[in-house]
Design a protein. Structure first.
Length: 285
């Protein structure tokens, strides 16, 4: 990644979900000095200073090798989570065409392909798109601006919506491309209603920052999809049984953080994986 400079960032005056200039609650400043706030109207957590279009291209250009694949232990854990996510969605969608938005190098796509699905992916990062396209059908670019000929039985947003500047444009594009009775699967999504986010804030396992710049709640997603006449058919918060869980040690870390908060001391360590941190939601048209 090329070094980010001031001109790679933009400042927001409006909530990126509602589009309104509403009152916000200040939460913290991230490691780059970006101000993180919560919209008092809709509950969205977002970075008021964040990457602009130029910064996004820089950040994602080599994300695959720089972040996604650099740690073999992390890759192994992620692959196990792919299996957990696949098992959940396979309860609702057992065949057909799927589209994985933000598919990285296609590792999650592969699970669907080997089980008989007609799978395609979308990827914004050039390096990841080139890598994935050697084995999979990949659309390269910004999802809302791409043209598709097919309709899909399942559209996946796995750990991607926190990185997109216009989230509703992504969701609306997904709805547009959905086949009748199709499903939308949002998973590996940090939960801003979780105990750990509200306790640890900038030290959450995956905090909102100027580069990971939006945080959601289940209430926000479900309100949106309900208004679009979708039904929520699954809501999971994977923790126990995941490769990230170390239950006794994690409970002790959370207890220590609560003690620090009560004593008005700084919580100077990272949140563990924990109950409620990450959400998986399935909506049916």
């Amino acid at each position: 990644m090329q070094n980010l400079i001031d001109s790679d960032f933009e400042t927001l005056e409006k909530c990126p979900w509602g589009g309104d200039k509403t009152a916000v609650e200040f939460l913290y400043k991230d490691f780059m000095g970006c101000e993180i706030v919560r919209c008092k109207k809709c509950g969205l957590v977002f970075a008021k200073k964040r990457l602009n279009k130029t910064g996004l291209v820089k950040y994602w250009s080599d994300y695959l090798s720089r972040v996604h694949l650099h740690d073999s232990t992390a890759v192994d854990k992620r692959n196990k989570m792919y299996e957990i996510d696949y098992k959940l969605i396979n309860e609702y969608v057992k065949e057909g065409k799927i589209l994985d938005v933000g598919c990285g190098n296609g590792s999650f796509l592969k699970l669907f392909e080997i089980n008989g699905y007609d799978a395609s992916g979308v990827e914004f990062g050039k390096e990841a798109a080139d890598n994935a396209s050697s084995e999979h059908k990949i659309y390269y670019g910004e999802f809302p601006k791409l043209a598709f000929k097919d309709k899909y039985d399942l559209i996946i947003f796995r750990g991607v919506l926190q990185y997109v500047p216009e989230p509703k444009a992504y969701l609306e594009k997904g709805i547009e491309l959905l086949a009748p009775n199709g499903h939308i699967f949002i998973t590996a999504q940090p939960n801003m209603d979780s105990l750990c986010f509200n306790l640890f804030k900038e030290n959450f396992t995956q905090p909102v920052t100027g580069v990971d710049f939006i945080g959601y709640t289940e209430r926000l997603f479900t309100g949106y999809f309900t208004a679009k006449r979708f039904k929520k058919v699954a809501e999971k918060y994977f923790y126990e049984g995941t490769p990230y869980a170390n239950i006794e040690e994690d409970i002790l870390k959370v207890a220590k953080a609560i003690e620090c908060k009560r004593e008005n001391k700084e919580i100077g360590f990272k949140a563990p994986a924990f109950y409620g941190n990450m959400m998986s939601l399935v909506y049916k048209a």
